[in-house]
Design a binder for this molecule. Structure first.
Ligand code: DAH
Length: 342
């Protein structure tokens, strides 16, 4: 029996020491310690031993059992460590590898110029607001003093959703929305898309961008309008830029004017850019019509205001010397990449 125990000890030590996976280890554990295991079988025979032999063999059997048990535990630990090491090795990230390159786009020229324009007006104390592109006829025309039969609607044919809901033809309805929602003093600009049923050519597009401006307070005069717009053009095109106000007609301003800017190319001498005029037409403006103030519940005997509307595409074309507005909408990367980092 002693021999049998010793050979179990040797066999177990050899097998368990060489085991390579948890399943095999478990099988060995059963082989020696299980109900029908080799060591169990020997222990069962202890009853047949003599009184002298029993304590000696018993002690040896215990020793062998503890030794095998320790070997099994040691092997389990070894396997767990090996498994962990293998997993960590598999998960290693090489932080020195080059990353996946993110191909960053650039800002669109319209967005670049709009950013400058917002900065200029924010600096003068204006807020930037936004409004819906799908608009009520009432706000786009009627409350701006352009009733259904008004001839000035002809130049602003648009896309109708219903008889009274349309794609806005101008950002001017934001004057109405702002004055209905807020009490003076009001100072806002509103950039956004507008629509007209025009065919696209070098200077027209069925969708383009405008920026509306509105200031309403006690004592606002035409001088404020002139000063504000003159400063605006000087900041955008340089301090030597001059402005010229020509009388015009808009239904929602009285008096109304169109503003020309001295040609940034020739400084006013006349060149192909300004078609020999020395001046370039830039925007429409005027003093808010008392009827429009009253339409919005603002007392026109107490308050006055100025308004203007300017096309963003026009300003952008001038800014970069681009000769065709369609370039701004065609998403041609060869064109757009020229503005990257601008
Ligand atoms: N809404 C005009 C247009 O689309 C531009 C304009 C002119 C806006 C005069 C104004 C203004 O606020 O006072 O052509």
């Amino acid at each position: 029996m002693k021999n049998a125990l010793e050979s179990i000890r040797a066999e177990a030590g050899r097998l368990i020491g060489a085991v390579q996976d948890a399943q095999a280890l478990d099988a060995l554990r059963v082989r020696f310690f299980g109900k029908k295991g080799e060591l169990t079988a020997i222990l069962k025979q202890m009853g047949g031993l003599s009184a002298e032999e029993r304590p000696v063999i018993g002690a040896l059997a215990n020793e062998v059992r503890e030794e095998i048990d320790a070997t099994v535990r040691g092997a389990a630990k070894r396997l767990a460590n090996a498994e962990r090491a293998a997993r960590l090795a598999g998960e290693t990230i090489d932080v020195t590898l080059p990353g996946t390159r993110q191909d960053l786009g650039g800002r669109h020229p319209l967005d670049i110029v709009l950013g400058e324009l917002k900065d200029i007006f924010l600096g003068m104390g204006f807020d930037v607001v936004q409004g819906p592109e799908i608009e009520y006829d009432k706000y786009n025309f009627e409350m701006l003093n352009m009733p259904k039969s008004h001839p000035s609607r002809d130049t602003q044919d648009t896309f109708y959703i219903t008889e009274n809901i349309l794609l806005r033809t101008q950002t001017s309805p934001m004057q109405i929305r702002t004055m209905l929602a807020e009490k003076p003093p009001i100072r806002i600009i509103c950039p956004g898309r507008v629509y007209r049923s025009d065919a696209a050519d070098a200077t027209h597009s069925p969708v383009f961008n405008q920026i509306e401006g509105l200031a309403v307070d006690k004592g606002i005069t035409f001088t404020d309008l002139k000063g504000t717009l003159d400063l605006f053009f000087k900041q955008l095109y340089g301090p030597e830029t001059r402005t010229r106000f020509r009388p015009h007609h808009f239904a929602y301003t009285e008096p109304s004017a169109e503003v020309d800017m001295s040609c940034f190319k020739c400084g006013g001498k006349g060149c192909p850019m300004c078609k020999g005029e020395g001046w370039i037409e830039m925007l429409g403006c005027g003093m808010v019509h008392p009827k429009v103030l009253e339409n919005c519940g603002i007392d026109s005997t107490v308050y006055s205001g100025f308004a203007f509307g300017v096309g963003l595409e026009r300003i952008t074309l001038m800014r970069y010397g681009i000769d065709d507005m369609r370039l701004l909408f065609e998403n041609d990367l060869r064109f757009l990449k020229q503005f990257k980092g601008a």
